[in-house]
Design a binder for this molecule. Structure first.
Ligand code: GLN
Ligand code: ZN
Length: 761
């Protein structure tokens, strides 16, 4: 066939249907698998992943997206960018060194890890500056050859583009950005030339940075870069791929000297389609249209997608059109096939990676003249989506009514902070610089073992609850002995801070194998918010009130905030995310009242994920932050003036969102700071934050027990800019990953440091 629309994919989950990939890596790291055996297993998984895409009928199958850890790290080592602190003498980077950079060794700390754009995937931050980059191995080329030799697949190599790569890196002066990018251009040219020589036809070059806020000067750099890359390998069809939002400066970008442009038509708020309609699309280019959601798990209504593609087709002839997911499928689980236990209506409306590829192929067939063939599939998909939409779970009258009444629901505290503080000071009679912790105490192997036994039915609920009570008891005693001022119950009953709430609220379901890669071999299984979120009764009251009954010190209630629950789940897409956030907030509001009624007068609502939900484009931040603040306040403001609301944020990089943090109107916030103390304090110098604040005074991410001088130094530094009347002393995050002995020892040092500082004041 001559004029044929092609189907394509941008990236496929690495982990395998039963997380074989994770297991192999972890066995190898534990010394239980030899290197050759690891590579064999990994190779099998990789080939199986490619075969699956071929079997489903994808025309352009990505190669090179697969990784042993992370694709950004793959790019770094491909350029020989091994930080100086690791042994390396040039040439292709050995596997041991590759893992050492990612995971650290006794001698050298791991490279930093951070979030990949607005996803929950974390990449290893490249460190430039230690040595000059060189193309020490052509990884995409190796994988291209392997796919062809072993499976007869002429794949589409996927590479991370130079502008995005340098943007994600550290170790250079921002003012030299363009020069640093230019240093990489010859290497990319070489890489592409070699691919061309080997017969690669299509190459996908990812530049997701184009979906963030980009200046016009930066787009000039794109022109220069891509001019050179195209000249280096003129017969290669280079697709410049963007995703996660609309492309900035559409007109400039679609006129770049490349063969194709990949656009996201799912997460663009309609902007890419609007630009396409307004400016058209160059006649000499291929449009790779991302129409299937690569970030969420819902089955597509193929009727809607066909309509979208029909609109796009008005601007692009069939041979210049590629149908594909809107982003890599790395962010969704592998297949719904392994979820027989899910509610059938929900199951039928889900689509993971494998099913999404089928959707892409069906839509492509539809465009290639098989309209009648796909008509039936459209009907089936539409019915599946409608059935879920019409299900009782998505139409809870009470929740819908409460959402309608939001305008008349007060989302403000009764009095302002200064008045509340007076009342709270009187009520709690805490010393200056009160000490507390962030919520969780060590989840020892024993705690996890007991929970597992209970889940398997080997332990009755009464026995399990007794066990949890005993743990609470033990830790109330420890806190008593340590002399902390505000206690917590320890969160022993929780596996995960989102899952625990999801299990007790209506509107959530949990998959059996819905794993996605978070970082390295670590996978997470996000809850599925499929329906209206319903409060079904107290969630945390039993454990918290029990803890409070054991002591005269205040016990802090511990809830996960609405935005964190939202950001760490797969969220229904038939209503706006913000409406779901408000539904969660209304449920939490009931929990907050229940705690208050049961004698809990300090309540912490954690929002560690608030910052990571920020949209990629700066101009969309305010909307998001307003919605986040509103949801938080909806959850927390029903309380009396005397009740103290705390919140915890896991990050210290909050300078740019301080307005929103202030607007939360929490009585006390705690922020992670111990790893960047100086920087954080400086953020306060020019700010007027005037509510309670706990700056983490030691780093819980290390088992090391801090020295008293380190803590007093941190505290003194903070008190140079912060009012001692408002300052709290706490570790910088929850202690669930720590051991018991080190936790007790560290808290002892912390309480002692607080005492010493108080005496000096
Ligand atoms: N309260 C939670 C805990 O202590 C907070 C966890 C977090 O910040 N991610 O574990
Ligand atoms: Zn934290």
């Amino acid at each position: 066939m001559m004029t044929k629309v092609r189907s394509s994919n941008l990236g496929y989950p690495r982990i395998g249907e039963s997380r074989e990939w994770k297991k192999a890596l972890e066995q190898y790291w534990a010394g239980k698998l030899k290197k050759e055996a690891l590579l064999d297993k990994i190779n099998d998984i990789h080939l199986a992943n490619l075969s699956k895409q071929k079997e489903r009928g994808i025309d352009l199958i990505p190669v090179g997206d697969f990784s042993l850890y992370d694709h950004v790290l793959d790019t770094s080592v491909m350029f020989g960018l091994v930080p100086q602190r690791f042994q390396y003498s040039g040439g292709s980077v050995p596997l041991e060194t590759y893992f050492a950079i990612a995971r650290g060794t006794d001698e050298a700390v791991a490279a930093e890890m951070t979030k990949w754009f607005n996803t929950n995937y974390h990449y290893i931050v490249p460190e430039l500056g230690d040595r000059d980059p060189a193309l020490v191995e052509n990884r995409p080329l190796q994988l291209f050859k392997q796919a062809r030799e072993q499976l007869g697949i002429v794949g589409k190599p996927v590479i991370l583009g130079p502008v995005t790569f340098v943007t994600l890196s550290k170790g250079y002066e921002p003012s030299t950005f363009a020069d640093v990018v230019k240093q990489f251009i010859p290497l990319y040219c070489e890489l592409l030339r070699e691919l061309q020589q080997e017969g690669a036809e299509w190459v996908q070059i990812d530049e997701p940075v184009l979906s963030t806020t980009v200046t016009r000067e930066q787009t000039a750099l794109f022109h220069e870069t891509y001019q050179q890359l195209t000249e280096a390998a003129p017969t290669i069809k280079l697709i410049l791929q963007t995703y996660f939002d609309s492309v900035s400066h559409y007109e400039d970008i679609v006129s770049l000297p490349v063969k194709g442009i990949g656009l996201d038509f799912v997460h663009d708020d309609g902007q890419n389609l609007a630009s396409l309609k307004q400016f058209g699309f160059p006649e000499d280019k291929v449009l790779a249209a991302g129409v299937i959601d690569g970030r969420n798990i819902w089955r597509a209504d193929l009727g809607d997608k066909s309509t979208l593609l029909a609109e796009i087709s008005e601007f692009v002839t069939p041979e210049r059109l590629i149908v594909q997911p809107a982003s890599s499928l790395l962010h969704v689980p592998v297949t719904v096939k392994n979820e027989p236990a899910l509610d059938p209506v929900l199951l039928n409306a889900l689509s993971f990676a494998d099913e999404k590829l089928e959707e892409v192929v069906i839509l492509t067939k539809g465009l290639n003249g098989g309209e009648t063939v796909i008509q039936e599939k459209i009907t089936v998909s539409r019915r599946a989506v409608q059935q879920l939409n019409q299900s009782a779970g998505r139409n809870n009258t009470e929740v819908r009514e409460a959402i309608k009444q939001l305008d008349s629901t007060r989302a403000e505290r009764q009095a302002e902070f200064s008045q509340r503080k007076k009342l709270q000071d009187e009520a709690f009679q805490l010393p200056l610089l009160p000490t507390t912790t962030i919520g969780s105490f060590p989840q020892t192997a024993e705690v996890r073992k007991q929970r597992l036994k209970w889940r398997k039915g080997e332990l009755s609920t009464t026995e399990y609850e007794q066990y949890i009570r005993a743990e609470i008891n033990k830790w109330i005693d420890i806190q008593e002995e340590l002399g902390l001022d505000v206690f917590v119950h320890g969160e022993f009953e929780r596996t995960d801070m989102v899952e625990y709430f999801g299990e007790k609220l209506g509107g959530f379901q949990f998959t059996k194998s819905g794993w996605v890669q978070s970082y390295g071999s670590r996978c997470v299984k996000p809850p599925v918010i499929y329906g209206d979120v319903v409060y079904q009764g107290p969630i945390t009251v039993k454990e918290t009130a029990y803890a409070q009954s054991l002591t005269t010190k205040p016990v802090k209630g511990m809830l996960t905030g609405p935005i964190t629950i939202l950001n760490w789940s797969f969220v229904r897409d038939d209503i706006s995310r913000y409406e779901t956030a408000n539904q969660i907030a209304l449920a939490l509001r009931k929990e907050v009242s229940a705690l208050e009624e049961n004698g809990i007068h300090i309540i912490q609502v954690d929002e560690p994920a608030l910052r990571e939900g920020l949209p990629l484009k700066r101009e969309k931040w305010q909307n998001y932050l307003d919605a986040a603040v509103y949801a938080f306040k909806l959850a927390t403001t029903s309380v009396k003036n005397q009740t103290q609301i705390h919140t915890h944020m896991c990050y210290s990089d909050f300078k740019s969102i301080i307005g929103a943090i202030e607007a939360l109107d929490a009585d006390v916030i705690s922020i992670e700071t111990s790893r960047s103390h100086g920087q954080l304090i400086s953020a306060f110098e020019d700010n007027t934050y005037n509510k309670g604040i706990g700056l983490g005074v030691y780093d819980i991410h290390s088992p090391r027990v801090p020295k008293p001088e380190e803590l007093t130094r941190n505290i003194d530094r903070a008190l140079r800019v912060l009012d001692p009347e408002l300052f709290w002393i706490n570790p910088d995050c929850g202690l669930k990953t720590r051991g018991t002995a080190e936790t007790v020892a560290a808290l002892q040092v912390m309480v002692e440091a607080a005492k010493q500082t108080r005496e000096k004041l």
